[in-house]
Design a protein around this ligand. Sequence first.
Ligand code: FES
Length: 128
Amino acid sequence: MAANEARAGRYRIRVGCDGIEFECRESQPVLLAMCAAGRKDLPVGCRSGGCGVCRVRVLAGEYETGTMSAERVTPTQRARGEVLACQLLPRSDLDIEPAGGLADGGGRQSDYERFVARLKIIQEGEGS
Ligand code: FES
């Protein structure tokens, strides 16, 4: 059996340039596959396209997406290959990188701190 047959419907997702990889089924959003693999390479919020924290840039590979609001991913961002990881369905192996407000510099800890701060803002907004 060829390697491609053994992997039918399953694709390798590589995040960033440090070799982090996990597997994703073609019917599974990339963000959920990351969580199932026990990885924390991308920020996780609502998991349904509503908060925008999981925005990534697809560097290589074929994909489809579920519903993405223009508030969360503008047409300009889509044209740059930016999508929501919770709405991203692979159609080939993918190379992606974080593209949200959490990806603009700093290491993993500072990204995490900014993510927590952003969640607090969202939660405070929901409480008003
Ligand atoms: S986790 Fe909220 S839009 Fe993806």
